[in-house]
Write a protein that binds this ligand. Structure first.
Ligand code: ATP
Ligand code: MG
Length: 214
């Protein structure tokens, strides 16, 4: 009998984009999270199950052994920290970028040149803090949990730090991207203790993902 393994995925793009990699590893998820309310999904491999968690909870589950492995965005991993996690692979999925955006009528370059103190709204306070510290720009960070685009429009903030893929949401809200902080994609994360105790099934998964993601 093969040692059972648990994979933590988030619903939506990470789940959808991980499916082809699982398939390449011979794993078919037997339920569709969009129609089922189950949080634990069986697969065609009796020893493999998938648990559905919030994207930002994936590192926590894997660190504490609630899951043996998972898939998480670079944004989430930087914000959360990666202590105790083994990060063998960049899967190249859920690609986007972390950027600074402002209102179309806000002169960001001038504000930075003049050494103005910027009010920056974001869910990604660690990434934002490090970015502006590196640039030597003073910022007041305003922590938000969603709809960052609204902050500059309501006067809550001068700028936002957020994920951008097509730029459609920014355009629809008359915001412009003024700085690209980093490219984002998702990684396979593995619990380090599990890697020792469940070496065989986890190695097989890592190898199959590596081949499929290449
Ligand atoms: P929640 O919806 O639980 O608040 P979330 O918004 O971070 O969490 P998703 O929208 O599913 O969850 O995003 C999961 C991951 O996908 C993010 O951490 C990021 O790495 C990546 N991502 C987010 N937005 C995009 C996008 N527009 N295009 C491509 N990848 C994205
Ligand atoms: Mg989202």
């Amino acid at each position: 009998m093969t040692t059972p393994i648990t994979l933590a995925l988030s619903k939506g793009r990470i789940f959808e984009e991980t499916l082809p990699l699982l398939r390449a590893a011979g794993i078919e998820v037997l339920e569709d999270p969009e129609t089922s309310r189950k949080l634990i999904l069986a697969t065609n491999q009796p020893h493999v199950r998938v648990v559905l968690v919030r994207a930002s909870d994936v590192p926590t589950y894997v660190q504490h052994g609630g899951a043996d492995a998972g898939v998480a965005g670079r944004d989430v991993l930087i914000e959360h920290g990666v202590e105790g996690l083994y990060l063998p692979l960049d899967l190249g999925i859920a690609r986007c970028r972390m950027s600074v955006a402002v209102r179309e009528d806000f002169d960001y370059a001038a504000a930075v040149r003049q050494g103005a103190r910027l009010r920056v709204a974001t869910k990604y306070t660690r990434i934002a803090r490090e970015h502006f510290a590196e640039k030597g720009v003073h910022v007041d960070l305003i922590k938000l949990y969603g709809s960052m685009e609204l902050a500059p429009l309501t006067g809550l903030a001068d700028a936002i730090v957020d994920l951008v893929s097509t730029g459609g949401t920014l355009r629809a809200n008359k915001l412009v991207e003024v700085e690209r902080i980093m490219d984002i994609s998702s990684r396979l994360v593995v619990n380090q203790a599990a890697l020792k105790l469940k070496r065989e099934p986890l190695r097989a998964l890592i190898d199959a993902f590596a081949k499929a993601a290449a």
